[in-house]
Design a protein around this ligand. Sequence first.
Ligand SMILES: N[C@@H](CCC(=O)N[C@@H](CS)C(=O)NCC(=O)O)C(=O)O
Length: 226
Amino acid sequence: MTTKPYQLYYWPIPGRAEAARVALSLANLDWEDVEIDGALFSKMRKEGHLPWGMVPLLKTPEGGLAESIAILRYLGHQCDLIPNNAFMAAKVDEFIDGISPHFSMLEGTFGIEDVEERTKAREALFLPEAKGTKGLQLLEKKIQESSTPWIAGTESMNIADLMVFTYVFGLFSGNFDGVHASVLSNYPVLLAYHDVMANEPRIQAHYAELPEGSLRWTYQPGAFSP
Ligand SMILES: N[C@@H](CCC(=O)N[C@@H](CS)C(=O)NCC(=O)O)C(=O)O
């Protein structure tokens, strides 16, 4: 049993929990990364620990908190990733809410048991006009529209940047059959944004030392350089 005041429950991949993990660290909170497996997930669900039947779940001294974006908004206040100006904070929320439906790029492929079939289905997502391609194109458009280096037009990095950076580049780690890092070479604007984020001092320090074989290589500077 852990004695840490904060515990984050999620699968042992970056996925929808990575932004929260980074925020917990940037906020210098005393936290534990609880990597769940199928058995623990079923137990948590059965025992009613998951308000919406899904992970991530953050246990805090005040109680449990689900939904990755709610968790990120909560932690964002503690690591200075939410603008003080109410309008700019709302613009960040607008960005997150607007982009969210375009994010579940691999949805519908996790249940495909045959690896070849799953690989083909995912490769097809990044063909012209397909869901993954449209999602990445939309992100490039939003990056270009921003008047600052940050995705929601803020003066400094914010929770929307953390969400986009950790989730999108995490898709290309090699963990998902059929999602190839080479796809990103078609997205120079996205790659330039990767450079900005990976070199942001707090992000760079966070990912500076990774264990051998870590899926998090995608967050280091130059990760997708030719
Ligand atoms: N809107 C939720 C979605 C969370 C979600 O899709 N979680 C997946 C793992 S990435 C899950 O727990 N799936 C289990 C299931 O659907 O049975 C969030 O952002 O937290």
